[in-house]
Design a binder for this molecule. Structure first.
Ligand SMILES: [Zn+2]
Length: 171
């Protein structure tokens, strides 16, 4: 099952929502009442046991935040979540392309199993560790599947060093 990230910024802190209200809030995600009942089972707090169930905005915000974080934690450091495989996957040839935003690193790689593009956000402070673990390349180089795979670790390191100077201006 793919898990979606529902932007909690839409939720008003002091409002009380019933299940239909929450669906309306995330109508563009096609959020289904059944999903919200599942959230309630999974720990989303309701105001009381009354029917229809009412949820405070701040409880909903807390739940969505927690849910979003636990989704992110499911992949190991050197893995990303593949939408194709619907699971955590290693990165094809350990090649990643990184882009820096003001808050985090937007990293993409290719799934080793199904060759779909995967994305993951890393903290800016993770950059040295990423550089150790992966080969940094430009986005277009992620997809050169034709190149033979017999690259040794040493060669990968050399390439790493080259990319490092290329990435220098980025960071
Ligand atoms: Zn995959």
């Amino acid at each position: 099952m793919s898990k979606r990230l529902y932007p909690h910024k839409r939720v008003r802190y002091w409002y009380a929502y019933d299940i239909d209200d929450i669906c309306a809030l995330f109508a563009d995600f096609g959020l289904h009442p059944q999903t919200i009942r599942k959230w309630i089972k999974n720990g989303l707090k309701t105001i009381d046991a009354g029917k229809p169930a009412l949820v405070y905005g701040y409880d909903l915000i807390a739940y969505l935040k927690k849910n979003n974080t636990s989704n992110k934690c499911k992949t190991a450091f050197d893995q990303m979540y593949c939408m194709g495989c619907q699971d955590a996957r290693h990165i094809f040839r350990n090649k990643i392309a990184a882009e820096q935003t003001s808050q985090f690193l937007k990293v993409q790689g290719v799934c080793r199993e199904c060759k779909k593009t995967m994305f993951k956000s890393y903290k800016l402070a993770d950059f040295p560790a990423l550089r150790n673990k992966f080969v940094l390349v430009g986005v277009s180089e992620l997809y050169d599947f034709e190149v033979p795979t017999d690259k040794t670790h040493i060669q990968a390191q050399e390439q790493n060093a080259t990319s490092e100077s290329m990435q220098g201006e980025l960071f």
